[in-house]
Design a protein around this ligand. Structure first.
Ligand code: ASP
Length: 308
């Protein structure tokens, strides 16, 4: 059995058995909640801190709900209201909050590597979970995307998955690639404008395809990504109408994919820029299932790092 995780900062190099254990546990928790057990008491008396230095709606709410459903107490700490906006150093913030006797810190930060920095400096016994750092990793999103695909298509060895859009700035794309590669997906294709693609040597095993019609041909799942304008210089901003006509997912393009292709998006979606409204709301859309799975995946991760 792969060892229990104390922290979750990235999916890169996690053993397949660990990823599968987390997905299985998320399914088991989903079943437990579906059978009326809306609140479990595995984390009663434990305290979880949501430490968000970047705005978030769904991820923060999802972690909060996950922690509460396991019986933990939750503190929310937002940069907008915190002393870091008065110049306090990250590690001073950490130590101040730790003095309140935390068990886990869920952190989101615009700088890649902040979760590891907290792991390094956190008091022993405090677990760190990455809720998104820079463009580097968003491990719970990678897990919930893998879970959503697995619920429909457990035959990963037969699957072609397309990830399309602003991949260069996307921590979701990176965590998806790590999860899906480890789980044995047959083919991963990346598609987007050259200026928004990762360096070719970052993921040498995945295909880079510039033409979206070609990339989506025969695909079993397509993960659409938002243009992350907040991580771009204003000179890099593409024209939105031209972008949609080349890289937007509409019904015509979806018809080029395999029958029943899963349409996914981590949110927030920008209708008419990377995805047409009727596709986002259409019969093949799994976007709201992803949101629902997010809570169970985060329960599974909290349970993994905190259960005694
Ligand atoms: N919500 C995801 C993230 O935090 C995707 C996005 O913002 O576009 O990375």
């Amino acid at each position: 059995m792969s060892p229990r995780l104390r922290h979750l900062t990235t999916l890169e190099n996690l053993p397949r058995a660990t990823i599968e254990r987390l997905l299985d546990r998320a399914e088991a928790l989903r079943d437990a909640c579906a059978h009326g057990t809306r609140k479990l008491d595995v984390l009663t008396g434990r305290t979880v801190l949501n430490l968000f230095f970047e705005p978030s709606t769904r991820t923060r709410t999802s972690f909060e709900l996950a922690a509460r459903r396991l019986g933990a107490d939750v503190i929310n700490f937002d940069i907008g209201f915190s002393s870091t906006s008065k110049g306090e150093e990250l590690l001073d913030t950490l130590h101040t909050l730790e003095a309140m006797h935390l068990d886990a810190i869920i952190v989101r930060h615009k700088h890649s590597g902040t979760p590891e920095e907290l792991v390094h400096h956190a008091m022993s016994g405090v677990s760190v979970i990455n809720a998104g750092d820079g463009n580097r990793a968003h491990p719970t999103q990678g897990l919930l995307d893998a879970l959503t695909i697995r619920q429909h298509r457990p035959d990963f060895e037969n699957l072609t998955v397309v990830i399309s859009g602003d991949i260069r700035h996307s921590r979701v794309a990176r965590s998806d690639i790590h999860a899906l590669t480890t789980l044995g997906v047959k083919e991963i294709r990346l598609c987007g404008p050259a200026s928004l693609m990762p360096e070719p040597d970052e993921f040498p095993h995945v295909l880079h395809i510039d033409d979206f019609d070609q990339a989506i041909g025969g695909a079993d799942a397509v993960i659409m990504l938002r243009l992350q304008k907040e991580r771009m210089a204003s000179t890099d901003l593409p024209d939105e109408a031209a972008y949609f006509s080349r890289y937007g997912l509409d019904q015509r393009r979806l018809a080029l994919a395999a029958k029943g292709c899963l349409v996914m998006h981590p949110g927030p979606i920008n209708r008419g820029i990377e995805i047409a409204s009727d596709v986002a709301d259409g019969a093949q859309s799994r976007i709201l299932e992803q949101v629902g799975n997010g809570v169970f995946v985060r329960m599974a991760v909290l349970n993994e790092v905190l259960a005694r």
